[in-house]
Ligand binder design. Structure first.
Ligand code: HEM
Ligand SMILES: *[C@@H]1O[C@H](CO)[C@@H](O)[C@H](O)[C@H]1NC(C)=O
Ligand SMILES: *[C@@H]1O[C@H](CO)[C@@H](O)[C@H](O)[C@H]1NC(C)=O
Length: 326
């Protein structure tokens, strides 16, 4: 009898434990919308494809968006909120400089709202569009989960302490990524996203004037000075250089090969080869594109699952630019 009561208690306790822990991790799942909006992931895929064919650089933006949304507290689409009476947009932070194509998030969201009103979160649009963008840029398929919910606030005051600056030290960069569970190798892999897109002169002139940083390959330094002819570019100035002149629209290991030739654009890029904790990974990835893609995929997956809002937290925004009125 006592034995059976003990067993019953044990079963009850383990049931409760399982129940509670399923709440804790039952947050994100693969194909979360399979019942509530079965075409959700297809719709994102179709819209991202259409946008890519109109403006190829939208794909680049979707990748950067994931970093800037997920790194700042949570993958909660706080990045997408515009400035209103009660909100200061994260997009106004100096760290968001150069971010573009936010208006096309509305295109994706509108297509989802037509099919399933108020069902698919903007935070999941950030994740799924990045997944599709990476594919259009020749990168790996990343099996991202869904079920994130949208924040009701901006975290503008946290942006500068979460997203490193272009000239930050390696140790600070590594500790920022460590704080979201991404190790040294994962950090080296993620920066491989800088194999696509562009850098504006405001982020380059520190390495070009008054003298060219002696660690830059001299021919590359001259080229960059040609792109950025003045030491004090107007912040509204549109001059920029492409990250990777050989394969500018492909997420590939050319980034690491360029670093080994001292052709990294940002200080944070080039430091990956000069620092002994990161340089072995640069060499591995420069030598093997498949290896880079594997490490990139698993690090981006980790980033995409950083501290999401789930179940009854936050809301499902109707318009990704504003919190719901009700
Ligand atoms: C230490 C970490 C990082 C720093 C300091 C950093 C900094 C920057 C800077 C300064 C730019 C150029 C902005 C401009 O001048 O227009 C840039 C562009 C970009 N970053 Fe990062 N970044 C970091 C990590 C990442 C990560 C982890 C990703 C994605 C996985 C990413 C994706 C991109 C992309 C795709 C662009 C090109 C954007 C475009 O052409 O529109 N970055 N980043
Ligand atoms: C980094 O660059 C910014 C300008 O973008 C500059 O104000 C700052 O002093 C630089 N920091 C370091 C540590 O060099
Ligand atoms: C490159 O990396 C892939 C993926 O990790 C691995 O299977 C392959 O053996 C590596 N190739 C070489 C030549 O090391």
């Amino acid at each position: 009898m006592a034995f059976r009561r003990g067993l019953a208690t044990l079963l009850l306790v383990s049931f409760l434990f399982g129940f509670l822990s399923s709440f804790e991790e039952g947050d994100l799942s693969l194909n979360y919308y399979s019942e509530s909006c079965p075409r959700a992931e297809d719709i994102v895929k179709e819209e991202v494809a259409k946008l890519y064919h109109k403006h190829g650089n939208t794909a680049v933006s979707w990748v950067r968006n994931l970093f800037h949304d997920c790194m700042v507290k949570s993958c909660d689409a706080s990045l997408l909120l515009k400035t209103t009476n009660s909100i200061i947009s994260e997009q106004t932070s100096q760290r968001s400089f150069g971010m573009r194509n936010f208006k096309y998030i509305t295109t994706i969201k509108d297509a989802l709202e037509r099919e399933c009103p108020k069902t698919v979160s903007c935070a999941d649009i950030v994740a799924l569009s990045a997944r599709e963008g990476v594919l259009w840029l020749g990168g790996p398929y990343i099996p991202m989960k869904t079920g994130r919910r949208d924040s009701k606030e901006s975290h503008v005051d946290m942006v500068e302490n979460s997203i490193p600056n272009h000239n930050e030290s390696i140790s600070l960069v590594l500790s920022r990524f460590q704080s979201v569970g991404i190790d040294t190798e994962g950090t080296v892999a993620l920066l491989g996203a800088h194999s696509v897109g562009r850098v504006h002169c405001v982020n380059l002139v520190g390495r070009l004037y008054p003298t060219i940083d002696p660690t830059i390959d001299p021919a590359c330094g001259e080229y960059l000075r040609g792109r950025c002819p003045t030491p004090n570019p107007d912040p509204n100035e549109v001059s920029y250089s492409r990250n990777d002149r050989e394969t500018p629209m492909v997420i590939d290991n050319m980034y690491y090969q360029n670093l080994l030739k001292n052709r990294g654009l940002l200080l944070v890029d080039q430091q990956l080869t000069s620092d002994p904790t990161t340089s072995p990974f640069v060499e591995l990835m420069a030598a093997n594109n498949s290896y880079f893609h594997e490490r990139f995929a698993s690090a981006l997956l980790l980033l995409s699952e950083n501290n999401p809002l789930t179940i009854d937290q936050g809301e499902i925004r109707k318009d990704c630019r504003f919190v719901n009125a009700d």
